[in-house]
Design a protein around this ligand. Sequence first.
Ligand SMILES: Cc1cc2nc3c(=O)[nH]c(=O)nc-3n(C[C@H](O)[C@H](O)[C@H](O)COP(=O)(O)OP(=O)(O)OC[C@H]3O[C@@H](n4cnc5c(N)ncnc54)[C@H](O)[C@@H]3O)c2cc1C
Length: 446
Amino acid sequence: MRTSIALFTRDLRVSDNPMLYAAVAGADRVVPLFVLDPKLPTPPNRAAFLLRCLTDLDDALRDLGGALIVRHGDPVTEVSRLIAEHGVSDVHVSADVSGYAQRRQGRLEAIPGVGVHVHETVTTAAAPGSLTPTGGGDHFAVFTPYLRRWQTAASRIPLPPPSRITIPEVESAGFHDVASGEGLPAPELAEGGERTGRALLSEWVDGPVAGYADGRDDLAGDRTSRLSPHLHFGTLSPVEVLYRVGRDSQGAREFGRQLAWRDFHHQMLAARPRTAREDYRPRGDRWRDAPEELAAWREGRTGYPIVDAGMRQLLREGWMHNRARMITASFLTKTLYVDWRAGARHFQQHLVDADVANNQLNWQWVAGTGADTRPNRVLNPLRQAIRYDPSGDYVRRYVPELHRIPGAAVHEPWNLPVPERRALTYPDPVVDLADGRQRFLSARNA
Ligand SMILES: Cc1cc2nc3c(=O)[nH]c(=O)nc-3n(C[C@H](O)[C@H](O)[C@H](O)COP(=O)(O)OP(=O)(O)OC[C@H]3O[C@@H](n4cnc5c(N)ncnc54)[C@H](O)[C@@H]3O)c2cc1C
């Protein structure tokens, strides 16, 4: 009797999961395994989301006749143990790109006596490394040529869930305590799990995606898909998302372009795992050490309402609108000239969708040490606010101290008449925008 292990990682779903599908198709019995590795930091928001994903995956596997087997410890050690205990012949795992994932994959492949199968297009739509520039090189460093290749690359058809799973008698450790950090999850955290992800996707495809091209920068309108945590944990398949969204409307095509950004960052990290910590394009920065300004930024009290609204959305929901991520990240790395790594760490701590590829490389993009072809652009938070939150509703939603200020006036509380200004419990700006911009440009041009 042939037994295989389906090692779940960031692919916590039964639908369109080539890793699970192949494991079931190639064996009589399968151990659907998830290993909680204490070495991987899982802050409260991601831990809470992950717990829901695991519960939901267990339910889905039980409906198919199986169950999720959970172990705690080093994944390779746990896999080796199961191989010895159950005479396993094959191990299936999805390809992934971080240094951690690449090391795990290498160690799995080194286990003697078993077939290790690494499946592509499970965590990304295009396999990292499968698209390379015509001029040579192992990855694309600029998005537009990558997009052109990505759009014409063949894509596979999504797979159904396996029809039945038979598992051997295996002990499971359960999955109650997955958080590795202190603190509680954000009060308005999204709900994890494949069922929730699929419901969200269906709603998105049935309507809002058509308006995505016009609505994606509308901060108050909240008109993006919010699928990012599901793509991060793999409760949704990027291949299936693209397949279902199609290319019929301008919104659908623009949405597809965002998923290409996701793949783009994954292929960069796959080729250069050290960019999780090191500048992709070093600019000779000598970042400022400014602990008080950094603390004000983290807590959403910089005195710039649009920046503070974004930072407080992060604390309240464990998620932030993309436009707000760009504004807050530019404010930290350029206006305050603080190291992108400090910002990326804070985002990693709170974002439910935080992943090494998208977080670190978007931070580098904004800081101008990554793939941005205009690395010294500085976003002016006021101009951004007037353009992307013209009604001021986004700011009033997240900065309650300012909720009485009507319209766009909320973006410039310093212009209020003195008595009204004094009555506010809202801080003065931590920096003058023009000074901050000048300091950054001088440093970069030095
Ligand atoms: C400083 C900074 C940090 C970020 N950190 C992360 C992160 O840790 N994890 C993460 O998934 N995204 C990150 N992003 C990208 C983007 O902000 C989020 O993917 C997006 O806001 C998620 O919301 P959504 O699902 O509603 O997006 P939608 O606008 O509906 O887009 C659909 C999907 O496309 C992908 N996508 C969209 N924009 C980008 C982008 N710029 N780069 C890569 N993929 C993108 C996401 O998977 C997203 O779910 C970051 C952006 C910045 C500027």
